[in-house]
Design a binder for this molecule. Sequence first.
Ligand code: GUN
Ligand code: FE
Length: 422
Amino acid sequence: MVIKGNFLYTPAIDKTVIQKNAYLAIRNGRVERFYKALPEEYAKEKVIDYGDAVIIPAFNDLHIHAPQLINRGVGFDKELLPWLETYTFPIEANYADSAFADRAYKIFLNQMWAAGTMRFSAFATIHKAAAWHLMELTEQSGLSACIGKVNMDRNAPDYLCEETEQSLEETEELILKCQKEFKNVSYILTPRFVPSTTEKMMAGLGRLGEKYDLPVQSHLSENRSEIAWVKELHPNSKTYTDVYDAHGLLRKNKTIMAHSIYLSGEEKNLLQEKNIMLAHCAQSNINLSSGVMPLRKNLAQGLRCCIASDVAASHTAAMNRHITASIGLSKINWLQHPEETALQLTEALYLATKQSGSFFGKVGSFEPGYDFDALVIETDEMGGMLARTPFEKLEQYIYAGDDRNILARYRRGKYIEKPFAL
Ligand code: GUN
Ligand code: FE
């Protein structure tokens, strides 16, 4: 397959490549190379011409709560812990009901598709059947994901509090079924966060991580009351990060820690050594008044950071909104900390495409060998009367665009249709 158009991608955080009116040869779903003029050998190939549209790598969202999507926008006058108790735990309780889960997860996957997010890492709920159903629906959708059943066995309302052994057994059952049945969905261990998981649970999950060499996702250092609570629960641990580490839950190159706002130098060094992905959730951090991650400093230190949504503490799955939230928050932070310069648009694009894509392999760029995961974007509202460069089109889409501006979506070279009719 050959695709023609204006391609824009970020092979590095400080490098943007724009290929205008170029042909991109795609073989087995992967990027082969660009051509200015199409050579003879491609004469028989199908060429899809997207004209003046701009083609960018699709988004990868490494932190999202699938069951919460239907609650987006609700309850943001509260901070994290009361928000969880008042709005989030009650909505997650509904996933004991299979009809509810079926409809809500189809809505979720349609929204991911609309957002141009072709790959994600999601929390489900504690419910085994609903978590399995989310995996099945995701496999059907053509998108790709890491998905985990949430584990929680303390400090949760009765209706969401699990028995430790049973939770671990159910988790192992899902791991094995998932390995057997899916091509595009894989299991990720998902302890909710330290306050929700006993040491026995964390240690059990750490052992499953070792046994099956699995990735892990959780929350770290999001809110000051949460951090104080972790200290109270684990007085003998040096830090919040150490609690995860002591239980084998900082799996090298394979762990996503959302938020990671209030980290000490020691914690950062440990996270860097283990190459942990820190999911920066700016819109969520604003909505729940959680705080400002020092993203510029973290990047300068070489910490692995990406931009993620954290729906439903954020109010949309749309990754362009999370890019603008990250930039906006970094500008406010810059005013207060002049040495922490604001995030540039192309830097933010990198963090939401290639950086987050690295969790899935060669994903998030148009360099040779990368999976062709792409969005075709058109923002022209003047019928061609106002000339716009591809970069200006990208800027307008990121700031002012939505799913109506995405003309086509591809994952690993395959055109992806809206997954579900509801
Ligand atoms: N910490 C523990 N659970 C959650 C959750 O569902 N959302 C967010 N933002 N933080 C959490
Ligand atoms: Fe979260």
